[in-house]
Design a protein around this ligand. Structure first.
Ligand code: ZN
Length: 576
């Protein structure tokens, strides 16, 4: 018993040892994060905060040469492992973070010193080093009535095959000088303008060993009562070439190029605030910039929170209840979790460098990061953060299906706006239709196709800017009677279908049911059991994510099984 108590005590103290004494080294930055400051102190001489000014300004000012210069500089620190040298002025994570800090200071000097940099220091044993520092800069909002902040972030640390190897060449260009350079570029460009909300440009460390730097910031926010409206994490964001082994869902095939698509990863599906944020990012880009962009980008809202077996800095924020998504290139190299002589992918290896010399003269003429592509991704981030920074408040709604093929929507929160946009989706992560509601708070949408609809609403302010979408609700335009017959349980069509690597399977429960065990059984065409996915059934939509292995295309069947009884079976198609 005594041993048990000691063990318990040990377990308790070691969990407390996980990120202690998290401090902002600049108390002014902390004051701004908590919203306890006088905005007048930080006002720009000329306040530029019109949505069209912001959108066009960010679009024009993001510069691929500036991104390139910063990536070249970051690669020159040789090794940015979290456990690497902190004393050298040229190599290691210490020199790298001091350079990031001074770069933010330099950008601040050209924006009336309104960008306030700080370190976030925390204690945590990572690669035998106990004290670490994220770097961040705050741009104080001009309105402190709503104190929530918007974070654009990326991790600074790099690694080779050995997760704590602090001596190898670990330039970490694609992973993640690309994300660091993106955050710095937006700090430079966005600090020329003013926003109602405070913007935070955050560069973390300790990502490669366990997302520690992001966890430190999220924990700090929780401890200090800092409200976070959104986190935009950028990790592996500049490459356009598929490797051989990138984790699903990803590349169509090795060597494939894609410089016009970016993936947004986030947790959840039905009523996920993270997916709502992803849809918002896409909407603001599509409606404000896509039409005027020389190279229009496609934003793909992915189903899983990250690629299979992979993770990123958005996850600790989500775990602590903050809305967070990850931006990642459409095409990327694989993770070096295999070390064999034939393995050629670059991520997490000493090969994640600037590029290659095609002419073999030692001068890099073929870069692994495509700087204009990285610039386009920076613009998508910047535009979304700007609109979040000035946009209206999030409303709420009541959704009903009063008769067949009809939905009724009533706005019940933030009812002061003249306009709202109602988003309807059925089978994918994207809205199928957006309705605009002008001058009223109740609307009835008729003659809808028979389907289960997922509905959310955004406020629209007098500048035409949307809020983040509300809570999502669901209603079926056909299944009301059918539901009764099925004792209130319905297996819905998987989304998306056909699918590449992952699809959501939803079960709609209309009435409470008593049961012991429920699962979805996935079988192949020959009736062989491929996977059993346990499921918890509550009133409303219940969902599981089915992740498929590579190269097993064809037709599959999924069955809802409750207490050993097969309730309903549906077909799904795995594309390739
Ligand atoms: Zn990374």
């Amino acid at each position: 018993m005594k041993n048990l108590i000691i063990l318990l005590l040990l377990a308790f103290t070691s969990s407390l040892q996980g990120q202690t004494s998290i401090v902002s080294t600049n108390p002014v930055a902390e004051t701004i994060l908590t919203g306890n400051y006088n905005p007048v102190t930080y006002l720009a001489t000329t306040i530029l905060n019109r949505p069209d000014t912001l959108s066009a300004g960010i679009n024009a000012a993001v510069n691929s040469d500036s991104l390139k210069i910063n990536i070249l500089r970051l690669s020159a620190f040789y090794n940015r492992n979290t456990g690497s040298d902190t004393l050298s002025s040229s190599n290691g994570v210490g020199a790298a973070r001091r350079w990031v800090y001074s770069t933010l200071q330099r950008y601040s000097a050209s924006s009336q010193n309104r960008l306030i940099p700080s370190y976030l220091q925390f204690t945590q044993s990572i690669c035998s080093v106990n004290q670490h520092r994220d770097i961040f800069a705050v741009l104080p909002g001009i309105d402190t009535t709503d104190k929530s902040i918007i974070i654009i972030e990326g991790h600074l640390d790099s690694r080779c095959e050995g997760v704590c190897d602090s001596l190898c060449k670990a330039e970490g260009v694609e992973d993640n000088a690309s994300g660091t350079a993106l955050v710095l570029e937006l700090a430079r460009v966005m600090s020329r303008y003013s926003y109602n909300h405070t913007l935070v440009f955050l560069i973390t460390i300790g990502e490669e060993q366990g997302l520690y730097g992001a966890m430190a910031f999220a924990t700090f926010a929780q401890q200090k009562g800092i409200k976070i409206k959104a986190v935009l994490n950028n990790d592996v964001i500049g490459g356009i070439i598929c490797g051989n082994t990138s984790s699903a869902p990803s590349c169509p095939g090795p060597g494939n190029l894609d410089s016009t698509q970016v993936r947004l990863f986030s947790q959840g599906a039905f009523n996920s605030p993270h997916k709502g944020l992803a849809r918002f990012v896409k909407l603001e880009y599509n409606e404000q910039l896509k039409g005027v962009s020389a190279v229009p980008m496609t934003i793909s809202i992915m189903s899983p929170e990250d690629r299979t077996g992979r993770g990123g800095d958005h996850i600790p924020f989500r775990q602590l209840g903050f809305t967070a998504i990850r931006f990642t290139s459409a095409n990327e190299d694989g993770n070096a979790n295999v070390t064999s002589p034939s393995y050629t992918d670059r991520q997490h290896t000493t090969r994640d460098t600037l590029g290659a010399s095609k002419t073999h003269n030692g001068i890099i003429d073929s870069f692994f990061v495509n700087f204009p592509y990285l610039g386009r991704n920076a613009i998508i981030n910047g535009n979304a953060a700007a609109m979040l920074g000035i946009g209206p408040k999030q409303p709420d709604l009541i959704l009903t299906a009063p008769s067949a093929y009809t939905l009724r929507i009533q706005i019940i929160k933030q009812t002061q706006y003249h306009q709202y946009r109602i988003g309807l989706r059925t089978l994918t992560n994207d809205w199928d239709t957006l309705y605009t509601l002008t001058g009223k708070l109740i609307d009835t949408i008729q003659n809808l196709n028979p389907a289960t609809y997922f509905v959310s609403v955004m406020s629209v302010d007098s500048n035409g800017i949307e809020s983040l979408p509300s809570t999502e609700y669901t209603a079926s335009t056909t299944s009301i009677n059918e539901l009764k017959e099925n004792k209130g349980i319905q297996l819905l069509g998987n989304r998306p279908n056909p699918f590449d690597e992952a699809t959501y399977i939803d079960v709609l429960v209309d009435e409470y049911i008593a049961y012991k065990q429920a699962s979805i059984e996935v079988k192949d065409n020959g009736g062989r059991l491929v996977k059993t996915l346990p499921l918890r059934l509550e009133k409303g939509i219940n969902e599981v994510l089915f992740e498929h292995d590579y190269e097993r295309s064809g037709v599959y069947y999924y069955t809802l099984v409750i207490d050993g009884n097969m309730i309903q079976t549906k077909e799904m198609i795995f594309a390739d």
